[in-house]
Design a protein around this ligand. Structure first.
Ligand code: SAM
Length: 330
């Protein structure tokens, strides 16, 4: 396994397979986004080679993300290919983060490709709010997708970004709904990534506040459960469900960061909240051998920074980095 300068073993890679998305969530993207020319993207074969190089270097978990991973043409081919690493035991898991819009169509294929769990991003259970948050999303399609994933046997985790004045009054209902459906729920603090049309200071809701409010209604017990990601979990005793908190602002968890992220053009970011990056596309294309790209991965990880320093307040009303989450991959 590759170890970074702070002694953290890199066992997890998130790969963005496209920067495009069929939604325009208000906290994630501006409505009028410019996307990368398709020629800049790694081909699916190159993504497979790259992912396999990471597996050779000891990565145990791969998450495909984006943009919306399921809108990348033929992405199921890639998932099918990566499934061989799960089947051989080289990978513990391949999974994906999706907005759910294409799940109805792909749930069965995902299971056949060896995917066992999916994270579905859903910030509200209210149809009108859903339309306002996602701008372009269709609520019924997403709900049908979630149902299809469940029926196909996928375990579903719902990810919701907690937004002040937008869904804060609904988080309680989401805990109840996820508990009843058998879904884990993870709440996420909004992060200052990329320019958006609105004002992040107005949207930011610390999860310390949310947790205290939820604890008035639910019995929350800390549990040591981990999925390899940054969430800290509690059990909701009344439902038996798990509730995770991802708190990049109120509690920086960088000391246990085990991840790097690769964009769809093959740029590896060693930290979501820092600019430094390593180009993997050049070495991938320069040689049929995978050694040059593995060297580039090792060299990038050798520069992995200690952590991010996100701040959202009136005096820091600029993104920490210019890249949107849809570029680096969520
Ligand atoms: N399209 C997929 C989806 O919707 O899950 C994958 C990509 S999306 C960028 C991944 C996750 O990032 C989503 O859960 C989204 O809510 C979250 N996200 C986007 N921008 C964010 C921000 N500024 N702060 C916190 N989370 C953000």
């Amino acid at each position: 396994m590759v170890i970074d300068p702070f002694g953290r073993a890199i066992s997890y890679v998130r790969i963005s397979v496209t920067d495009r998305c069929d939604f325009r969530c208000v906290y994630c993207m501006a409505e009028d986004m410019t996307f990368l020319p398709k020629a800049d993207l790694l081909t699916l074969e190159e993504l497979d080679r790259l992912a396999t190089a990471f597996v050779d270097l000891g990565v145990r978990k791969i998450r495909l993300t984006g943009g919306e991973p399921l809108v990348r043409r033929n992405v199921m081919w890639l998932l099918g290919q990566l499934g061989r690493h799960v089947a051989s035991g080289a990978l513990d898991e391949q999974t994906l983060t999706t907005n759910g819009s294409q799940l109805e169509r792909f749930a069965g294929d995902l299971v056949r490709a060896g995917v066992r769990r999916v994270n579905v991003s859903l910030d509200t259970l209210d149809r009108d709010r859903f339309a306002a948050i996602t701008r372009w999303g269709r609520f019924d399609k997403v709900m049908a997708g979630i149902e299809a994933a469940k029926s196909a046997g996928l375990s579903v985790k719902i990810n919701a970004v907690a937004l002040k004045g937008v869904n804060e009054d609904e988080l309680d209902r989401m805990v109840a709904w996820c508990g009843a459906e058998g879904f884990d729920l993870t709440l996420i603090e909004t992060m200052p990534l990329g320019d958006i049309d609105g004002d992040r200071t107005e949207q930011y809701l610390p999860l310390s506040v949310v947790r205290a409010r939820l604890a008035e209604r639910w019995s929350l017990t800390d549990i040591p459960f981990r999925t390899g990601g940054p969430a800290r979990y509690v059990r909701v005793e009344e439902t038996g469900g798990r509730l995770g908190f991802i708190t990049p602002l109120t509690h920086n968890f960088c000391e246990s960061c085990n991840r790097v992220r690769v964009t769809c053009t093959g740029t590896m970011y060693m930290c979501l909240g820092q600019e430094d990056a390593a180009d993997l596309r050049g070495p991938l294309r320069a040689s049929e051998s995978d050694e040059p790209v593995k060297d580039a991965i090792r060299a990038g990880i050798a520069r992995k920074p200690k952590g991010h320093d996100f701040v959202i307040d009136r005096r820091h009303n600029r993104p920490a980095v210019g890249r949107h989450m849809s570029v680096t991959g969520g």
